[in-house]
Design a protein around this ligand. Structure first.
Ligand SMILES: Nc1ncnc2c1ncn2[C@@H]1O[C@H](COP(=O)(O)OP(=O)(O)OP(=O)(O)O)[C@@H](O)[C@H]1O
Ligand SMILES: [Mg+2]
Length: 352
């Protein structure tokens, strides 16, 4: 609106200028250097609830809420020191005062106008009460949804923990060592999944988690479940310095792969009281991520063939790697070394 107004009195004279202002659809108030109202249009009368006779010659501060009017003369001086068209108070929430004393949110554009009596400022004022209300409603709705999402992730995590506790209970009812270890491994898988949900509600982003933080915390969890071995076997994580975020859909298989490989290292690499180290490394390589789980234990059995594994763990890992759109490979020793390379961005939204 302001841009359409001339920066000086139009050649057709003051009469037509007054008519343009009078019938403008936004409220307009022209103020002189001393802050006195010299012109007000019909819409401004409606917006502020004053007949114009009550405002002409009065201080413009009459239209500004008390708590905001103290600084107004200084702002006005600033405008007249460098008069050019601009929005008023950018970055601040502006409010105006109605005749009945109520306050309402406004947006104000300022335009310098050259007149015979010197430069004046023509303010066009838009009442944004409705927009404010709609925005507040949206913010409330968004807050509710955020709380709900938090709650859902919290419940998923708790439910997984309940299942994990049930397995624990089952394990305590058997004296079969092999069954105990199978149940403990399943518990670790559940914990790895529960942790992704925990990180989602702990963080601010509900679709992605920081993979480095996830793997660090997963390592702590796994170490906790091999407490008695942790004296001779250490577990170290080598993570990138910056954050590397991953979507939930791929964070889960990633966590399950690490769980399988670290479990294997604790189970098979340090037999006969051997001591050593297990390492989880994450590297960003070009547009891919490389995840390595390595140990300095006894190494894989002679003739080990990843393609023909009969046990569940290492059959599961290539399937999970496929879900990530990645390649899973064996590295060379000493010890065992498994590497998984997958694109840092999902190739496309998978159908299922
Ligand atoms: N880090 C390792 N060091 C030495 N040997 C390993 C290592 N990881 C795996 N292996 C060998 O590979 C075999 C297959 O591993 P896999 O995880 O498939 O089976 P598992 O751990 O025996 O049983 P599960 O199905 O419960 O995982 C193991 O039985 C073990 O002999
Ligand atoms: Mg295994």
């Amino acid at each position: 609106m302001n841009d359409a107004l001339p920066a000086s009195m139009p050649p057709t004279g003051e009469g037509s200028f007054r008519r343009v202002v009078e019938w403008a659809p936004t409220a307009m108030v022209m103020v002189d250097r001393k802050g006195r109202i010299v012109l007000i249009n019909a819409q401004a009368e409606r917006v502020f609830g004053y007949p114009r006779q009550e405002l002409l010659g009065q201080s413009v501060e009459k239209l500004i809420p008390g708590h905001l009017s103290t600084h107004h003369p200084a702002y006005r001086e600033g405008f007249f020191a460098d008069p050019h068209p601009r929005p008023m108070g950018s970055g601040r929430d502006l409010y105006a005062r109605h005749r009945d004393g109520s306050e309402f949110p406004v947006e104000i554009g300022l335009n310098p106008i050259e007149t015979d009596d010197g430069v004046m400022v023509l303010a066009s004022i838009v009442d944004i009460t409705e927009r404010h209300r709609a925005q507040q409603k949206l913010e409330r709705a968004l807050n509710e949804k955020t709380a709900l999402l938090n709650e859902v992730h919290h419940r998923v995590k708790n439910n997984l923990q309940v299942v994990s506790s049930l397995l624990n209970l089952q394990a305590s009812h058997t004296s079969d060592a092999r069954l105990k270890s199978v149940l403990a491994e399943s518990q670790n898988r559940l914990r790895a999944m529960a942790l992704t949900h925990q990180l989602l509600y702990e963080g601010k982003d509900y679709s992605r988690i920081d993979l480095g933080e996830y793997l660090d915390r997963l390592a702590q969890l796994l170490l906790g479940s091999y407490r008695e071995d942790s004296v001779r076997i250490s577990l170290r994580t080598v993570m990138p310095t910056g954050p590397l975020s991953l979507d939930l859909e791929r964070a889960v298989p990633c966590g399950l792969i690490v769980t399988e490989l670290v479990t294997n290292a604790f189970k098979h690499a340090f037999v006969g009281g051997r001591s050593g180290e297990v390492r989880i490394e994450l590297h960003a390589v070009a547009d891919a991520l490389e995840l390595v789980v390595a140990d300095d234990g006894v190494g894989l059995p002679a003739g080990f063939d990843l393609e023909n594994v009969k046990s569940l763990g290492l059959q599961l890992v290539p399937l999970l790697a496929e879900q990530l759109g990645g390649d899973f490979s064996l590295g060379s020793g000493p010890g065992a070394r498994f590497a998984l390379r997958f694109p840092s961005m999902p190739s496309s939204r998978r159908a299922s």
